[in-house]
Design a protein around this ligand. Structure first.
Ligand code: NAD
Length: 325
């Protein structure tokens, strides 16, 4: 019976992850530590509040005293760190909170975890894992003909967001090499699915489309992203947590490279099927000034997690989008 701390569990991916944990009898207790920023929504888990296995602590991961006490009292087998400032556009407007949470917060969480880890007996030390959730954006941008990112791709972050995530990834790595903390890191592509905050492309397009508002598309809409259904991502994290090699990183991708325009067209078609009111929704498309430093293409080669751990995405993009809309 595994006890697990999830940070940032009121956000998009963290809340989906907690749902999966609590649908599985292997996890006896979950402690969600979340600061409840604008992106943290308690309603994402409203129906689980009465589950006795679910516990919540409102805290910044950077509040060392509070987090150290919580970790000691809860005595987890695993800690999974989702807590982050996660929106690239906000990092361009105001970079500092990204350094505070993604770099300094992760450092303090690692330090709190290390203190706890050092008090464990040998058996518990062998079982303990700290998994850090990161992004493919740390690898920079690809041209159309470049091979996809993989675990050995050099870091080359281009936005304050990706730079802060890269900083966190390096700290996680350092805590393995310097202090022997049993860490794992996952770098995944763009997620989509239920409970995503509507500042991100897919929920923004769905909600705007439903309300008959314009669908703003950066530049010419030809930037390419790989899309990973959040449920597939969470299952990938669990397979790394349970069977990954400590100190290693695993790239998790959705096998669904699409231009932003293709994504918006897919959403428009799905909206047309479900809601006549503003159809055809494609007439709402609006090309707006590009994001500064907008990375051209991200793509993920997920052979390592597939070959070593037997994980691969189950959702096709079309199926996942239909379900999301
Ligand atoms: P999100 O913005 O939806 O949620 C972030 C959560 O973290 C919120 O609940 C927020 O309240 C909490 N939080 C923020 N700062 C905190 C702090 N200092 N202390 C405690 N809690 C804090 O993010 P998401 O989309 O769910 O992403 C989760 C993780 O996955 C992030 O680390 C992100 O970098 C990474 N990631 C996301 C994507 C994606 O497509 N969404 C892709 C790759 C990687």
């Amino acid at each position: 019976m595994i006890k697990i701390i999830v940070t940032g569990g009121l956000g998009f991916i963290g809340s989906n992850f907690i749902r999966i944990l609590l649908s599985n009898d292997d996890y006896s207790s979950v402690l969600n530590i979340d600061k409840i920023t604008y992106a943290g929504n308690p309603e994402n888990l409203y129906d689980l509040e009465s589950d006795s296995r679910y516990n919540f602590l409102e805290s910044d991961i950077g509040d060392a005293e509070k987090v150290e006490n919580a970790i000691r009292e809860f005595n987890p087998t695993f800690i999974v760190n989702f807590a982050a400032e996660s929106h690239v556009d906000r990092s361009i407007d105001t970079p500092e909170p990204f350094i505070q949470t993604n770099v300094l917060g992760t450092l303090r969480l690692l330090e709190s975890t290390k203190k706890f880890f050092n008090t464990l007996d040998e058996k518990s030390k062998n079982e303990f894992r700290f998994l850090h959730v990161s992004t493919d954006e740390v690898y920079g941008s690809l041209s159309a003909s470049d091979p996809a990112f993989c675990e050995t791709t050099s870091y080359s972050p281009n936005s304050p967001y990706s730079a802060s995530k890269a900083g966190a990834d390096h700290l996680v790595r350092a805590y393995f090499h310097t202090f022997g903390l049993p860490v794992l890191t996952t770098n995944c592509s763009n997620n989509y699915g239920p409970f995503q905050f509507p500042e991100k492309l897919i929920p923004l397009m769905i909600l705007n489309g439903l309300e008959g508002k314009q669908l703003p598309i950066y530049g010419d809409g030809r930037n390419v992203r790989d899309w990973l259904h959040v449920e597939d991502h969470c299952k990938g994290i669990l397979s790394v947590l349970n069977n990954g090699k400590i100190g290693e990183t695993y790239c998790i991708g959705g096998d669904s490279e699409k231009t932003n325009l293709q994504v918006v067209d897919t959403i428009c078609a799905a909206l047309d099927n479900h809601c006549n009111e503003n159809a055809p929704h494609k007439n709402l498309k609006d090309f707006v000034k590009d994001r500064p430093g907008h990375d051209q293409r991200y793509a993920i080669n997920f052979s390592k997690i597939k070959n070593e751990l037997g994980w691969q995405p189950k959702y096709s993009f079309e199926e996942g989008m239909e379900k999301t809309v």
